[in-house]
Design a protein around this ligand. Structure first.
Ligand code: ZN
Length: 127
């Protein structure tokens, strides 16, 4: 007798020993280490594929988590999400700054506003 729906449908309700045997077999199937190894390998592979998608979307951690949690459905969600813009960086110290900042909070350099990316390219080229 295997642990599946046909065994459950063919179970004799008047035989408690048969019910216990089926329950024991199903419990043994769930605690089989090979099942858990496959589940862990599948989760790691799904997270790695999600991270690859996230590499091109600038969101590696987000898409790796989506892949690990939802598998191929997470990949589809990752593919449908927009590409994240990288955080603006200080041209002098190369640390991240907020888009509206006038001065770098790390080194104090003046940041000129730019419509795209927060820090202008001309200031970056001036150094
Ligand atoms: Zn700086």
């Amino acid at each position: 007798m295997a642990c599946d729906l046909s065994a459950l449908s063919n179970l004799d309700p008047t035989d408690p020993d048969a019910t216990q045997r089926l329950l024991d077999q199903c419990t043994a199937a769930l605690t089989d280490p090979s099942l858990w190894i496959w589940a862990i390998v599948f989760t790691v592979v799904c997270a790695a594929v999600g991270a690859l998608i996230g590499k091109y979307k600038n969101a590696v951690a987000r898409d790796a988590l989506l892949g690990a949690a939802l598998g191929p459905i997470g990949w589809l969600i990752s593919l449908s999400l927009p590409v994240r813009k990288p955080a603006p960086m200080c041209p002098l110290c190369a640390k991240p700054v907020d888009a509206g900042d006038k001065h770098c909070r790390h080194c104090g350099a003046a940041l000129s506003p730019s419509p795209v990316g927060g820090v202008s390219r001309s200031f970056r080229e001036m150094r």
